[in-house]
Ligand binder design. Structure first.
Ligand code: MLT
Length: 215
């Protein structure tokens, strides 16, 4: 018995054969509806799977517990990552999307569970868009190495009070050392997203993934 719980979700099929699926992962206090308007900007040919985190912090949904601002309960990070991946694998069969064509799009806490998914399951995602991410594990639970050069987009806010620039740089390095192909952007912004984040993420998506189906 693993005690995994199902996650609330919204799934929108594009109806396009072989489509990629954007896996939307909200920030603290958000839910599965938050990032839908952003996903819509990626075109109609992409499926959308949006999840709600199973953890509640004073009523605010999150994807894993934290002990303080920026200090994560790393055992819970790992548990919730396993729970989410198991859930997505089951859901793929039910909703009929290709689990090998998932591209995470996560903001803040959602970016952090996307990151822990890459570190615990390096070959699970086909790509990831990490908006205002932080390194999810101070100490990696296992050595990480992928030879697939999975594309990763990362956007940091240079005035973000929650993430130090040096930590973002170290996180980028860790992902690159693990074999991910990281494109990192440091934007004139704080922790909140800007139009630039979305513009650059869409450009990155179009450069890295087959877009014939989404035009
Ligand atoms: C976290 O995962 O705790 C964040 O990166 C910060 C937040 O979600 O507020």
């Amino acid at each position: 018995m693993n005690n995994y719980k199902a996650l609330n979700y919204i799934y929108q099929s594009s109806g396009v054969e072989g489509a990629y699926t954007l896996l939307l992962l909200h920030g603290t206090g958000g839910d599965e509806t938050d990032l839908l308007p952003i996903a819509a900007k990626f075109g109609e040919g992409v499926n959308v799977l949006s999840l709600r985190g199973n953890v509640s912090e004073a009523g605010m949904p999150r994807f894993f517990k934290r002990l303080a601002m920026g200090v994560f309960d790393e055992a819970d990070v790992a548990f919730r990552t396993h729970e989410m991946v198991a859930f997505i694998k089951e859901l793929a069969a039910k909703e009929k999307f290709d689990p090998a064509k998932l591209i995470a799009l996560g903001y803040s806490n959602g970016a952090n569970i996307a990151g822990s998914t890459m570190l615990l399951y390096p070959d699970f995602l086909a790509g990831a868009i990490l908006l205002r991410p932080m390194q999810p594990f101070k100490k990696l639970p296992q050595p990480v190495k992928t030879s697939r050069r999975i594309p990763v987009f990362m956007s940091n806010g240079v005035e973000d009070p929650t993430v130090r620039a040096a930590d973002s740089k170290a996180y980028q390095q860790l992902l690159e050392d693990a074999g991910f192909a990281v494109n990192a952007f440091n934007l004139e912004a704080g922790h909140n997203l800007t139009l630039r984040d979305i513009e650059y993420a869409i450009q990155w998506f179009e450069q890295n993934f087959e877009t014939a189906a989404i035009k």
